[in-house]
Design a protein. Structure first.
Length: 481
């Protein structure tokens, strides 16, 4: 074809382009001899007589190509792949099947549908029924799914049973590492997989389903701590026990250190699914020494002397640890071996109670939070004592040696009250108590338990009213603490 001029090449390309758009259906219905006649006619109008040999060669090649195309088409069954919202749903022989189905569904059908010719051999038969069902599902926003039921209640829907099993496996793996210490992993609740048709937007991914099953069954409830609040008063107001309040607020290590404005939880938040694990491991633990007291009647109460210094020991334990969602709820010591024995501390202490105050004074409660200072003005009156914020029932101690001169209800606003005469004209007063633990005439020693914090009398919340009088005059109690 080297003798053909550029114009001939241009005509050849024009001919090829004109005939490239035969569809498979047209080629199937087109007789190859007729195609050959068309080719001859196009060459006759395109080429000169001088190019007859070349034209004949083109005719022969074109005819053979047409025959090969027709042969391949005859061996291929034309069909169409159907996609709904980008997801393949099945095959149809006739695209009109899809269009007619969509027309029947009406204006409420808004899904995106693609019908794509398949340029490959059909394996098996087409699936018009599956396509029809998928189009119906798209109209009503429903789809087949597997619902994970927890104790008989529908909890979350996922794509299929394999996804549901993957959710359960991930839940277990989340709280049970590959550590050999883990002996057992189980879910406390009964789990079932149920095939259902659900709304498309209800189907969750595996990670989303895991997160949903670990959510709380009820919305957490918070409480804002006010002045004078204690765990006891907060628990009482919210109808729960102090123990439960401590469990849902593990950050509270000192119940006397509640701060005004602090926010704490007042209800438990159990997840929908609880993963229980059992671990066994070895650990080394300290053996804390104990303090043994030897009473000495020749020494004043409050005085003491260390006879033997105490030292901690050490032991190795084999323990079984039970956890719920990673939080330990029980420990059992299976075996224990002492590696280093402990040495208990021995202290000689005085038990002699003098009739008057001696030495340093002590705080009447363990709390060090002063909620109202001495000399503070309250309206037109002056507060000639200090208020120490403490939880209801907190122990109250004698600030020094002395004799009880009053124990009971005081009508002057103190409520349940104790007064102790420490000699030398000094009297300490303990007001608003919930419990009075001494009686008039009783001799008490420094640090003795005499009562418990309350909110009796003219009080707005649990605290200790601590007052000191010298020769009948109210003075600043701070030096007497």
């Amino acid at each position: 074809m080297a003798d053909l001029n550029p114009e001939w090449h241009t005509h050849l390309r024009t001919f090829a382009v004109a005939n490239k758009d035969y569809t498979k259906e047209q080629l199937r219905q087109l007789h190859w001899k007729k195609l050959l006649q068309d080719v001859k006619g196009q060459i006759h109008h395109t080429f000169t007589v001088g190019k007859t040999a070349a034209a004949a060669a083109i005719v022969l090649v074109t005819a053979l190509g047409a025959f090969g195309i027709q042969h391949a088409v005859n061996k291929t069954t034309l069909y169409y792949k159907v996609y709904v919202d980008g997801q393949y749903v099945g095959d149809v022989k006739d695209p009109n099947f899809v269009y007619e189905k969509i027309a029947l569904l009406g204006d409420k059908f808004h899904a995106s549908v693609s019908v794509v010719p398949a340029h490959e051999r059909l394996r098996g038969s087409t699936s018009e029924a599956a396509v029809s069902l998928a189009l119906n599902d798209a109209l009503y926003a429903k789809r087949n799914a597997v619902v994970i039921r927890v104790n008989g209640d529908d909890a979350v829907a996922v794509q299929d049973e394999a996804a549901a099993q993957a959710v359960i496996d991930q839940l277990k793996a989340k709280f049970a590492s590959a550590d050999t210490a883990v002996q057992e992993v189980k879910i406390s609740q009964s789990i079932a997989f149920v095939k259902e048709r659900v709304n498309r937007d209800e189907v969750r991914s595996i990670d989303e389903a895991v997160a949903a099953l670990l959510q709380s069954k009820e919305k957490p409830k918070k409480y804002l701590v006010s002045r004078g609040d204690s765990l006891w008063t907060i628990a009482n107001r919210n109808h729960i026990s102090v123990e439960t309040l401590k469990q849902v607020n593990p950050q509270i290590t000192d119940e006397n250190a509640l701060q005004e404005g602090e926010e704490i939880a007042v209800n438990s938040s159990e997840p929908i699914v609880t993963v229980e694990t059992v671990e066994e491991l070895n650990r080394t633990v300290p053996l804390k020494f104990e303090t043994v007291y030897q009473d000495d009647a020749t020494m004043n109460k409050g005085e003491q002397q260390v006879l033997v210094e105490g030292h901690d020991g050490e032991s190795q334990q084999r323990v079984q640890i039970r956890k719920k969602n990673g939080v330990t709820y029980a420990e059992v010591v299976l075996s224990e071996q002492v590696l280093q024995p402990k040495t208990d501390q021995v202290i000689r202490r005085g038990v002699k109670i003098p009739g008057v105050a001696s030495g340093d004074w002590v705080w009447p409660v363990a709390s060090r939070t002063i909620s109202s200072t001495y000399g503070e003005w309250r309206g037109n009156s002056r507060h000639n004592a200090i208020d120490i914020s403490a939880a209801m029932g907190t122990p109250v101690y004698a600030s020094n040696n002395g004799r009880v001169i009053f124990a009971g209800w005081d009508n002057g606003g103190y409520g349940k009250c104790i007064r102790i005469d420490h000699g030398n004209g000094i009297v300490s007063i303990y007001g608003h108590l919930s419990v009075v633990g001494v009686s008039v005439g009783q001799t008490v020693g420094k640090g003795d338990l005499i009562g418990r914090v309350g909110s009796t009398g003219e009080s707005t919340g649990p605290h200790l009213h601590y007052e000191v009088r010298v020769n009948g005059v109210q003075v600043n109690p701070t030096p007497y603490m």
